[in-house]
Design a protein. Structure first.
Length: 175
């Protein structure tokens, strides 16, 4: 019975392959239709990235840009509680470090003509999750309309041992 079924299956497969090849050929664009040549041109314009340094000396020393805007998207590196020389501030005070992070993020958003209403992703890294949870209500003062998507991650340490929180953003700037 296998030998009788095999030729039928082979002919069916060949028929399907022929049908598929005919279908693919009929979908190919034609160079001429009714004596006229069809030419389509697609122009893709690349957006140049715009870099922003909040603390140029610190960012140059550590090798990062605090924010980069390409098109309508802005990626913001994690903000930590530091002064303009890169020294940690509000040591041991997660609530104040959080406020300092949001103050820096606000400066970056304003540089690009945005606000926290334009934030679509907020990721928070903390060395002390219970304290973050105790202070999370402060975020309602930052995000007055809607909260963005995001992730909160407890980590062993951040760039410097005094940092207790780091907040990074992704922003969509509407035209």
């Amino acid at each position: 019975m296998k030998n009788q079924l095999r030729p039928w299956t082979l002919s069916t497969i060949c028929g399907l392959i022929s049908l598929l090849m005919f279908s693919v050929q009929s979908c190919e664009p034609k160079g001429k239709e009714e004596g006229q040549e069809v030419i389509k041109e697609v122009v893709i314009q690349a957006d140049e990235p715009e870099y922003f340094l909040l603390r140029p000396a610190v960012e140059q020393a550590y090798g990062y840009s605090h924010a980069i805007k390409i098109g309508n998207s802005i990626k913001v590196s994690g903000a930590v509680s530091m002064d303009d020389e890169g020294n940690p501030t509000a040591i041991g005070d997660l609530a104040q470090q959080m406020k300092n992070c949001y103050a820096d993020l606000d400066k970056i958003l304003k540089h690009f003509g945005c606000s926290f209403d334009d934030v679509v992703v907020e990721n928070i890294f903390t060395t002390h999750m219970p304290l973050l949870l105790e202070n999370a209500a402060y975020r309602a003062e930052i995000y007055k309309n809607n909260f963005p998507t995001g992730t909160w991650v407890g980590v062993k340490e951040l760039a410097l041992p005094e940092f207790m929180i780091e907040i990074e953003l992704e922003v969509h700037k509407s035209d």
